[in-house]
Design a protein around this ligand. Structure first.
Ligand SMILES: C[S@@+](CC[C@H](N)C(=O)[O-])C[C@H]1O[C@@H](n2cnc3c(N)ncnc32)[C@H](O)[C@@H]1O
Length: 202
């Protein structure tokens, strides 16, 4: 069993052909989340993958209550094995009956963000980790259309995007949904720049 260690957290990885392996995007989102998370907050991660980001928050923010969803059953199982309270579902579906309430202080998502055509799809469940549809924003757009329904007043959202995803299009969509928007993390990784965009409900 392969494990990684990061900021007081040890996370078991699933099989690399089935579960997304934490990478620079995961580390950047985890660091940004640690900058926003506070004790006692209810935090939701959509698309938990191995459970890496949620596990880092649980280990470092005492009293934070962290919940997650994940569409890939192999990833959901892996996140559970890493101690994450996870529901296997599409985005927010199923939350109404789970997690003792549907309002969160902070919601995180490192979505599949690569523009992907039919012949670029990866076979099997791992495709959900990468395939952002033709625009690269298809799953993120669906998330942004729903997310404010699950936030407490003044709640925040953190999304990981790439320069490939299109920062301006994401900012514009978030502002139209009533968020004050800032970029709170950046890292250049080979041909792209990764960014964490924070939206705060106005
Ligand atoms: C880029 S990976 C990030 C995984 C993990 N959060 C991390 O940062 O290491 C995106 C994750 O979102 C999941 N995902 C994609 N679409 C989803 C959806 N509609 N609902 C829930 N999870 C989804 C994928 O299966 C994958 O595990």
């Amino acid at each position: 069993m392969v494990e990684i260690e990061y900021k007081n957290t040890r996370v078991k990885l699933g099989p690399s052909d089935l579960v997304y392996e934490p990478a620079e995007d995961s580390f950047l989102l985890a660091d940004a989340a640690l900058g926003e998370a506070e004790p006692g907050m209810r935090i939701l991660e959509i698309g938990a993958g191995s459970g890496f980001v949620s596990a880092v928050i649980r280990a470092n923010v005492k009293g934070a209550r962290v919940f997650a969803t994940e569409i890939n059953p192999h990833a959901a199982r892996c996140a559970k094995e890493n101690g994450v309270e996870v529901i296997r579902t599409d985005l927010f579906n199923g939350l109404k009956s789970g997690f003792r309430g549907v309002s969160f202080d902070l919601i995180l998502f490192n979505p599949p963000y690569l523009p992907t055509s039919e012949d670029e799809k990866v076979p099997g469940w791992l495709n959900y980790a990468f395939d952002g549809g033709a625009s690269g924003r298809e799953t993120l757009d669906r998330f942004l259309e729903e997310v404010r329904d699950y936030l407490k007043p003044g709640g925040k959202v953190l999304v990981l995007i790439s320069s490939i995803t299109g920062l301006e299009a994401v900012k514009e969509k978030m502002m139209r949904s009533g968020f004050e928007v800032d970029v709170v993390g950046r890292k250049k990784v080979s041909f792209e720049e990764l960014m964490v965009v924070r939206g705060k409900l106005i």
